[in-house]
Write a protein that binds this ligand. Sequence first.
Ligand code: FAD
Ligand code: NAG
Length: 405
Amino acid sequence: MSQPATKVIIAGCGIAGPVLAVFLLKQGYTPIIYERLESFTETGIGLCLQVNGLRILSKIPGLVESIEGGHLERMLFHSVLPEDEGLLADFTFPSQPKEKVGMALGVRRPAFHRRLIDMAIAHGIQVVWGHQVTGLEQHSDSVTVTFQNGKTDTASFVVGCDGIHSDTRACLFGKEPADFTGLVQIGGVSPKPSGYPFEKLTMMNVFGNGEHFITYSVDDTHNSWAVTLREPEAKETWRAMDQESQEDFKQHSPFASWGVGAGELIRNATKIVKYGLYDRPQLKSWHVGRVVLLGDAAHPTSPHLGQGANQAFEDIAYLTNLLEKYNPQAQQPSTDLLEKIFTEYEETRIPRTAALVAEARKQGDLRVASGVDACKQRNQIYHEMWGDEEVVKKRYAALLDHNEK
Ligand SMILES: Cc1cc2nc3c(=O)[nH]c(=O)nc-3n(C[C@H](O)[C@H](O)[C@H](O)COP(=O)(O)OP(=O)(O)OC[C@H]3O[C@@H](n4cnc5c(N)ncnc54)[C@H](O)[C@@H]3O)c2cc1C
Ligand SMILES: *[C@@H]1O[C@H](CO)[C@@H](O)[C@H](O)[C@H]1NC(C)=O
C-alpha cells in the first residue's frame, strides 16, 4: 500500500525557496512555499551566479538556458588611486562551449527571481503569498506552522528559506539583530558604455581611496554596478534612494567622474538603490527537531565574494542529496531520521559557509582600504590574486571541489 505523500513546508519564496521546492518535488516530496510578501515584487539589483551554483541549477533541465543574463568573459581590476593608477589584472575566463554552464553569469535579480518562481509554478508547486511564518509547533511526526494572518498549516518537516531576517531562525534560536559590517553600497543597473573595457561581457573592480566600485554585465546591453563605502549604518531594505539624492549622487559624487566607464555607468543609472551590508555570526546548529535553515536564513553574508545565492544552491544540493541517501522513497521520516540528515548537512555546510562569510567580510574591508599606503598594498594583493592565470584557475577549481559530486 502506498503511503500519503510527504509534505514539506518551505518558508520564503526568495531565491532559494523555489529551487529547493523543485529538487524536493523530483524526489517525491510534496513541497508548498509560503511567502511573507503579498505578491511578486521587483527588488534588488544584480546577482552573480558562479560556476558552483550554476552546476546545481543545471540539474533542473532547461533552467540555466532560460535565464536571461550575461555570461561573463573577462574580469578586470583597475586602480584610480592617483598615486598608483592603472590596470591591476585582466583575466579571461576559460571559454565554455555554449551548451555547457559558464564560469559566471550576471543576472538582474528581479528577472532571475521571477524566472525561478515561474519555474516552480510550472512544475505544479503551490506558492502561497501573504503568509509570514511567525510560529512553529513540533509534534512527534509533524510540524505545525502559524502565520501572521492567523492561519496554520502542518507538514512533515519545514525548511526555513526566509532570508537574513528569518523568522524561522528566530523561532528556533531566538531573535537577534543582524550584524552591520560597517559598509554600505549604492548601486544600480545602467546601459553599458561603449569601448574599453566593455567590448566583452565583463566584470570589473575599480579601487579608489576608501572606495570600491564593482560592475558586471547582466545582458549584452546593461551592467549592474555598486559602490562600496564605509559609512554609518544604513538599513538593509534594497529600496531606491529619493529622487533628489539620486540626482545628487549622479552629479556630485566623486565616483561620477571616475574613468574606465565607472562614472558613465553611475551618471546613466535609471534607479539608484542604497543598502547597508549585514551578516550574522556562525550558528552551532541549523536545525531543531523537524525544522532546518537554508540559504541566508542560515548564513547571511556580505556580497564581496558573490557567493550568497550560490551558497544557498550548494545547501540545496547537500540537503537533498542526504534526503535521497537516507530516505530514497521520500517516506514520512521519523524525527530521528530527519535529525540525522540535518546534522550531517550542518557538519559539511556550517564550516564551509562560515569561512566564506568571514572571507567576504575581509575582502570588503580590504577593498575600501583608506590611506595611500594601505591602498597601494591592497592594489598589490589584488594584482597577485588575479594577475596570474594559473592562480585564478586553481581558485576556481577549489570552488568546484566543494560542490556536491
Ligand atoms: C528584497 C531583496 C533584494 C535583494 N537584492 C540583492 C541584490 O541586488 N544583490 C545581491 O547580491 N543580493 C540581494 N539580496 C540577497 C540575495 O537574494 C540572497 O543573498 C541570496 O539570494 C540567498 O537567497 P535566500 O532565498 O536565502 O534569501 P532571499 O532571497 O532574501 O529570500 C528570502 C525570502 O523569504 C521571505 N520571507 C522573509 N520572512 C518570511 C517569513 N517569516 N515567512 C515567509 N517568508 C518570509 C522574503 O520576503 C524573501 O522573499 C536581496 C534580498 C532581498 C530580500
Ligand atoms: C549616457 O548618457 C549620456 C548623456 O545623456 C549619453 O551621451 C551616453 O550615450 C549615455 N551612455 C550610454 C551607454 O547610454
